[in-house]
Design a protein around this ligand. Structure first.
Ligand SMILES: *Cc1c(COP(=O)(O)O)cnc(C)c1O
Length: 379
């Protein structure tokens, strides 16, 4: 699905040198590389504060802790996503409220959010799934009307732009009260282990969060709040500092591969190619609205699982993200849910298939993948 080795070979010298510097200086924890990367990411995202942390799941948890959410508060998030989002909500003894997503862009559905709001609702967590933003303008309007926090799960969309109706653009993850991301190796900006970060334009919230990531300390050995230990280690920061200047090029490579996939599948029955929603139709060259963390097709009228099996036999990697709606996962079953409210997710889990997507895909690979799929469908 990804080619981390190919990407590494391309930047081997700079990355090795940067890692070596950390080792030579033994600045393993909170060294200058962490600070450098933090500053570079603030500039890249156009956000006032980046707080690096240990992974994307922690980033979400710490963001929620920083906002002072309390047990019993309801937090609305998407049913069709990776479990980390709902996991941290539950872990903090907040009440997860899962809602359905859109058929076209797989992102959280606005009407479903509105329907799920109760007097206990305190926050919305849109997940910018597969590389493009949820409808943030509508989400921010709802949040304002109901006095809710917005926490963006930006683990899959770093570098994507969000375009407002008036044409202005901002980076994904910088629109809500706080954004969280992951630097897991296969993410669009991946390190060589675990890593994550929290973004915010709110000075007070940034201060609170800087304490939380460091055992609730604002002054050495004074623990003002209950915190956690969640650090981005210097070696990972060294890798990320090398890769960040290449992120736009990496995302362009993903978009280029997506365009080639789209072209090959254009007139093929039973296949729906991914839709980009914000500000453009199709894959746009200029707006950077989709960074294709995943390239995900919808397969209808033929057996998706038979296609998966066929691709496995042909040694073509593929994935089903996600095979089970979160509201049906044992850990998150809740009497409040009504199956009729999850028609889209219930369908998507049966139809979606994600193809190899990374920065090193070449024409020959894309041709082999697409022709194998098309031949299977035509058989
Ligand atoms: C990867 C991911 C996370 C968690 O990130 P980790 O760094 O693996 O903890 C959270 N949310 C989404 C949507 C993700 O894709």
């Amino acid at each position: 699905m990804v080619d981390l080795k190919g990407q590494y070979n391309d930047i081997k010298d700079v990355v090795n040198t940067s890692i070596q510097e950390v080792i030579e200086t033994t600045a393993f924890i909170n060294g200058p590389k962490v600070h450098d990367f933090q500053k570079k990411l603030e500039t890249y995202l156009g956000v006032k504060h980046v707080i690096p942390c240990a992974n994307g799941t922690d980033a979400l948890q710490i963001a929620m802790m920083g906002l002072g959410l309390k047990p019993g508060d309801e937090v609305i998030t998407a049913d069709f996503t990776f479990a980390a989002t709902v996991e941290v909500i539950a872990l903090l003894q907040l009440t997860p409220v899962l809602v359905d997503v859109n058929e076209d862009d797989f992102n959280i559905n606005i009407e479903a959010i509105k329907k799920a709001i109760t007097p206990k609702t305190k926050a919305i967590v849109p997940v910018h799934l597969f590389g493009q933003c949820a409808n943030m303008e509508a989400i921010m309007d709802i949040a304002k009307a109901h006095n809710l926090f917005v926490i963006e799960d930006n683990a899959q969309a770093i570098g994507a732009n969000y375009t407002y109706k008036n044409g202005s653009k901002v980076k994904a993850g910088t629109i809500g009260n706080v954004g969280a991301t992951s630097f897991f190796p296969s993410k669009n900006l991946g390190c060589y282990g675990d890593g994550g970060a929290i973004f915010t334009n709110d000075d007070d919230l940034a201060h609170t969060i800087r304490g939380i990531v460091n055992h609730g300390m604002y002054e050495r050995y004074h623990h003002d709040v209950v915190g956690v230990n969640s650090r981005l280690d210097s070696i990972q920061a060294a890798v990320l500092g090398t890769k960040l200047p290449r992120l736009d090029a990496y995302n362009t490579a993903r978009r280029t591969a997506a365009k080639k996939y789209n072209a090959a599948f254009k007139h093929i029955e039973h296949i729906t190619t991914p839709k980009t929603i914000n500000g453009c139709e199709g894959i746009c060259d200029t707006c950077d609205c989709h960074v294709f963390h995943q390239y995900t097709l919808k397969i209808t009228g033929i057996d998706r699982d038979a296609l998966v099996k066929h691709l496995n036999e042909k040694e073509i990697p593929c994935g089903v993200y996600y095979p089970i709606p979160l509201h049906k996962q044992k850990a998150y079953i809740d009497d409040r849910y009504n199956e009729a409210d999850f028609t889209v997710t219930n369908q998507l889990v049966k139809n979606v298939i994600s193809l190899p997507m990374h920065t090193e895909l070449d024409d020959e690979q894309i041709e082999y993948i697409t022709s194998t799929i098309i031949n299977f469908i035509n058989e």
